[in-house]
Write a protein that binds this ligand. Structure first.
Ligand code: DX5
Ligand code: ZN
Length: 225
């Protein structure tokens, strides 16, 4: 169970597990909790949809009882889009990629039928219009600000327009999704995304590289200062 309130999220920083040091994961997770982090972003990669492999349900299930809202970002296609397996592993939200399946609505419905928050993600080169038919059926719109597959890449400023378009669509009361950004998020780029209308800020490298507590403090000043 997580202590995160999805309906009243304010601006949320979401540490991305991909950049954690798995040799001392427990102590890093403890530092995140002690610094008031409620949300954990979990990147699943299949080596097909993206040219990299990460982890799947068995690893995620170890995070189930740590008190975080588990935001599972599926960069997978085909058989790996096994929604019940991520539900069983403890996901609170599951985000699929628009480009990874022919019938995104089927998966969004499956996610919601399991009582989870449903998200959809767009690669940087996918035009915003492609997601329009799904906006009334999602809880989370994950706008990729780098090419999915690897941490540590540079933020693409061209994605800011997409965030602004999403923020405009949020004004329609049918649309109740949160806008999340992912890739190359630093305190500086988070500030640009905040101005464009983002609400959830996924960050790996810039949280886990160096002193975690200090990095979180710098983000805190930008997001809530
Ligand atoms: C990339 C992943 C990201 C990644 C972000 O495909 O979706 O969540 O962990 O890493 P940074 O913050 O290092 O760009
Ligand atoms: Zn991600």
């Amino acid at each position: 169970m997580s202590h995160f309130s999805f309906d009243n999220p304010h601006l949320t920083l979401a540490p991305s597990l991909l950049a954690a040091d798995f040799a001392c994961l427990d102590s890093q997770l403890k530092t995140l909790s002690e610094n008031n982090m409620k949300w954990l972003h979990v990147d699943v990669m299949d080596g097909h949809f993206v040219p990299n492999l990460s982890f799947g349900p068995p690893v995620i299930s170890h995070l189930k009882d740590k008190g975080f809202f588990l935001d599972v970002h599926l960069m997978v296609e085909g058989r790996a889009l096994d929604i019940p397996a991520y539900h069983k592993a403890g996901a609170d939200a599951i985000t699929i990629h628009l480009e990874a399946c022919q019938n995104p609505m089927h998966y969004l419905q499956e996610i919601r039928d399991l009582g989870l928050r449903a998200g959809i993600s767009l690669k940087p080169e996918t035009p915003f219009d492609a997601v329009l038919p799904f906006l009334a059926h999602i809880d989370l719109l994950l706008i990729m600000t780098v090419s999915p597959g690897f941490g540590g890449q540079e933020f693409r400023e061209t994605c800011l327009d997409k965030i602004e378009e999403a923020a405009r669509m949020q004004k329609d009361e049918k649309n109740k999704f949160l806008i999340s950004v992912d890739g190359g998020i630093t305190p500086q780029t988070a500030s640009l995304c905040k101005r464009a209308g983002a609400q959830v800020f996924v960050a790996g490298t810039s949280i886990f590289k160096g002193q975690i507590a200090q990095n979180l403090q710098t983000f805190e000043e930008v997001l809530h200062g």
